[in-house]
Ligand binder design. Structure first.
Ligand SMILES: NC(=O)c1ccc[n+]([C@@H]2O[C@H](COP(=O)([O-])OP(=O)(O)OC[C@H]3O[C@@H](n4cnc5c(N)ncnc54)[C@H](O)[C@@H]3O)[C@@H](O)[C@H]2O)c1
Length: 303
């Protein structure tokens, strides 16, 4: 295979449609598979919505084909991205089928959020596991630049390089994650912060609004231009060591979700979708937050 051009996407949900729009807008032909007919019927409208929203070529939707048969969807693919449900047995079985239905040079990628790629590839023989890797896109995939390209001990170097090249050519900012650890890099960092945020509320140190206000009005503003390790160098590693000497032993180290989170889930307080979570929500206030996030991303990223 020279340059991957024919893209197959497995799962026509939020991520699958967004990823399809990015590949199609950059000139690739895309086939998208989903076992549910309604999901496939919605594809042209959802992809067109993304293209219109971003001011990309509306005709790109013509490069996206839907297919209800998995083997036919991937038969001539150079690159497969799986964006089905976040369930290990389902993904394991899908990759067995994908390995059998694709050519030996086709790269097989999973967009799992946190499941180790090694576990998803567990049922593959070594030849197929060599072309299996993770491509962890972030939501919304047509705006957030990062894709984590995750290598397992069984992945060969060539598919990794092909994937990094392909993602760069469609305008993403891929990084090579060289060890397949749960949560990869981004979600480990993100959920280290979320664990502490929930723990502070659980311990009654402050309320949820205060935690969010602290982040938004302090290091949150600085993060896009000064990330933690640059920041450590800026303030000095000696000061960083002194701070860690005092603070690390006080940070939350729970291995399970906090009591407050488990109680809220048990009571059906699931956040925006149920009207109550850490905050109270109406459909209007929830939509206002979603709009605020998308407006902000469009403004800072100018796709
Ligand atoms: N939503 C996010 O923020 C986000 C971010 C990064 C990664 N991911 C990951 O991407 C994947 C998809 O997430 P999503 O948010 O698009 O979910 P989603 O629920 O919107 O879409 C999942 C799609 O998979 C389809 N599906 C169900 N069974 C299937 C099967 N056997 N084969 C193929 N497709 C099947 C469903 O019909 C649905 O259309 C998950 O692994 C998720 O963890 C999600």
């Amino acid at each position: 295979m020279s340059t991957p051009e024919r893209i197959a996407i497995i799962g026509a949900g939020m991520m699958g449609n967004g990823i399809a729009a990015v590949f199609a807008a950059r000139g690739h032909s895309v086939t998208i598979y989903d076992p549910f007919a309604e999901a496939l019927t919605a594809v042209p409208g959802r992809v067109s919505g993304v293209l219109k929203d971003l001011g990309w070529d509306a005709d790109a939707v013509k490069r996206v084909r839907t297919e209800a048969d998995l083997a036919r969807a991937v038969a001539d693919a150079d690159f497969v991205t799986e964006a089905a449900l976040e369930k290990l047995p389902l993904k394991q079985d899908l990759f067995v089928q994908l390995a059998a239905a694709t050519g030996p040079d086709c790269v097989l990628a999973s967009n799992t959020s946190v499941i180790p790629i090694t576990d998803i590839a567990a049922k593959l023989n070594d030849r197929d596991a060599a072309r299996m890797l993770g491509t962890h896109w972030w939501n919304p995939p047509y705006l957030i630049p990062l894709v984590e390209v995750v290598q397992t001990v069984r992945t060969a170097p060539e598919p990794i390089q092909k994937t990094l090249d392909l993602l760069r050519r469609i305008g993403k900012k891929p990084v090579h994650v060289k060890r397949d650890v749960p949560g990869f890099v981004g979600n480990r960092l993100q959920h280290a912060l979320w664990r502490e945020a929930v723990a502070l509320v659980d311990a009654g140190v402050c309320d949820a609004a205060t935690v969010d206000e602290v982040i938004k009005n302090s290091f949150g503003i600085r993060l896009p231009v000064l990330a933690p390790l640059e920041n450590a160098d800026l303030v000095g590693l000696d000061l960083t060591q002194d701070i860690h000497d005092v603070i690390l032993k006080h940070l939350d180290r729970s291995e399970a979700p906090a009591a407050i989170l488990r109680e809220k889930v048990k009571k059906g307080e699931l956040g925006m979708k149920s009207g109550k979570g850490f905050y109270d929500w109406t459909p209007e206030t929830a939509n206002a937050v979603r709009k605020r996030m998308l407006d902000h991303l469009r403004a800072v990223l100018k796709p």
